[in-house]
Write a protein that binds this ligand. Structure first.
Ligand code: SF4
Ligand code: SF4
Length: 56
């Protein structure tokens, strides 16, 4: 199962996008990040990088 972003918590800092080794994270129209589940390999790097705990 892929990681995913809780957009109610995301502040759009981009740390997760920079950290993802697969390029699986991108910004939506509001600048909040989302995970492309087809690319995510569940490494957990984004979860550790998020300063507000928005990714699980
Ligand atoms: S769990 Fe790993 S591969 Fe999946 S989105 Fe996060 S950093 Fe990218
Ligand atoms: S690291 Fe967290 S707060 Fe920053 S863009 Fe990613 S999900 Fe949003």
């Amino acid at each position: 199962m892929a990681h995913s972003v809780n957009k109610d918590l995301c502040v759009g800092c981009g740390a997760c996008e920079e950290t993802c080794p697969l390029g699986a994270i991108s910004a939506d129209a509001e600048g909040k990040r989302e995970v492309n589940a087809d690319l995510c390999v569940d490494c957990g790097a984004c979860e550790g990088a998020c300063p507000v705990g928005a990714i699980a």
